[in-house]
Design a protein around this ligand. Structure first.
Ligand SMILES: [Zn+2]
Ligand SMILES: [Zn+2]
Length: 377
């Protein structure tokens, strides 16, 4: 029987494969080298390291310019890392926050602490254009097909620009977070944008559906720091400052949370809320505090919303306040989680997922890179 349980456990829980230790500074970007037992990292002190696995099983740093450019993917990463050096001074006053290499366009897109978004030609290194965002931006994604760039900034705003070779036009801006945007992730197939925020939530913006739906995902107890999307299995991986890794199943029909309704009295038992002086006076009743049911959005008193429930299809993986009638209507199937939760045991600043091997790389403020095996199927 034990033999049956074992593989099942393996499929659910990511297994720690290796730790890459010895970085002098926090690794702000890292990736698994395709087809190699190696990791490439860029530290906050702007050093680039390639870590290759030795026979001892440990990862050791190799000097970046001596690394073999055997594989194309590795070559791209190599280029990208070189750009961190080349771009740093001329492109931005202050730290480079995000950098994205678009192979198809031969563009390098970047954002800096100076609130500037810029794009350069990767061949000539020439600056092609720029745009000033309302705050420093930590989220940067690009849609190759339509040449739209998504920029998520510290004010909580997401800006969409349409890029041409040497100019850009503002398409729209939208805001749904109460905290700054910390990460963006674009799914070019479903045409959905995910934004992670310091307000602990993730919002899934349906850009392609043109219906303007925005679905919230609540599964972190701390700031969401980075996102990664596995298109083949339609799973979103989100990592938090508390070390939490949440793997969301996006292959389910999710629902938007309702607008909160306004009322001067409980929409279940009619008792007045405390600001409704007239009714309090007329009926000689004590005013109650207003609450809202997360499922139906009705304004209810505490007595009529004493129970809690998770509502995974609305993105509430944790228990939230619901009114008594909604509590009764939610079935056990509807309460089935649509995400799995794991503890990485470090404050994650960067995540990279290698879908072909199912390797999940996280780097933390503890200067350690961890590689986990995560079977997604
Ligand atoms: Zn309700
Ligand atoms: Zn009530």
């Amino acid at each position: 029987m034990a033999a049956e349980i074992q593989p099942k456990a393996l499929t659910r829980k990511p297994v720690l494969l290796s730790k890459v230790e010895g970085s002098q500074d926090v690794v702000s970007m890292a990736a698994i080298v395709p087809k190699e037992d190696g990791v490439i990292s860029v530290s906050e002190d702007r050093t680039v390291r390639v870590w290759l696995k030795r026979e001892s099983g440990q990862y050791w740093p190799s000097i970046y310019h001596a690394m073999p450019c055997k594989y194309f993917g590795m070559f791209i990463l190599y280029l990208l890392c070189l750009f961190v050096f080349l771009l740093d001074f001329p492109a931005h006053q202050g730290r480079v926050m995000m950098i994205l290499f678009v192979l198809e366009m031969e563009w390098v897109l970047s954002t800096g602490q100076d609130k500037q978004f810029t794009w350069h030609c990767s061949e000539s290194g020439q600056r092609l254009g720029g745009y000033r965002t309302s705050a420093g931006a930590c989220g940067l994604q690009f849609d190759v097909e339509t040449r739209h760039v998504f920029i998520g900034d510290h004010s909580g705003q997401v800006t969409i620009l349409k890029l041409e070779q040497e100019n850009c036009s503002l398409v729209t801006t939208f805001k749904g977070h109460t905290g700054g945007v910390t990460a963006l992730c674009w799914d070019p197939v479903q045409r959905v944008l995910f934004s992670g925020s310091s307000d602990h939530s993730i919002i899934m913006w349906d850009i392609g559906g043109r219906k303007g739906t925005a679905i919230e995902l609540q599964g972190h107890n701390d700031k969401v720091q980075c996102l990664s999307y596995a298109p083949h299995t339609r799973q979103l991986i989100s990592c938090g400052a508390d070390g939490g890794i949440v793997i969301w199943n996006m292959d389910v029909e999710r629902q938007e949370t309702p607008e909160w309704l306004d009322s001067d009295s409980c929409q279940k038992c009619d008792q007045p809320f405390f600001w409704n002086f007239k009714q309090m006076w007329d009926s000689k009743k004590i005013g109650l505090r207003q609450h809202h049911c997360r499922k139906c959005g009705k304004a209810v008193c505490g007595k009529c919303s004493s129970k809690r429930s998770s509502i995974p299809l609305m993105g509430f993986e944790f228990e939230v306040r619901v009114c008594d009638s909604c509590h009764e209507s939610i079935t056990d199937e509807e309460r089935a989680p649509t995400a799995t939760f794991h503890d990485s045991k470090h404050n994650i600043v960067h995540v990279h997922f290698d879908a072909t091997r199912g390797w999940l790389l996280t780097s933390g403020t503890d200067k350690i890179i961890k590689v986990r095996l995560r079977r997604l199927l």
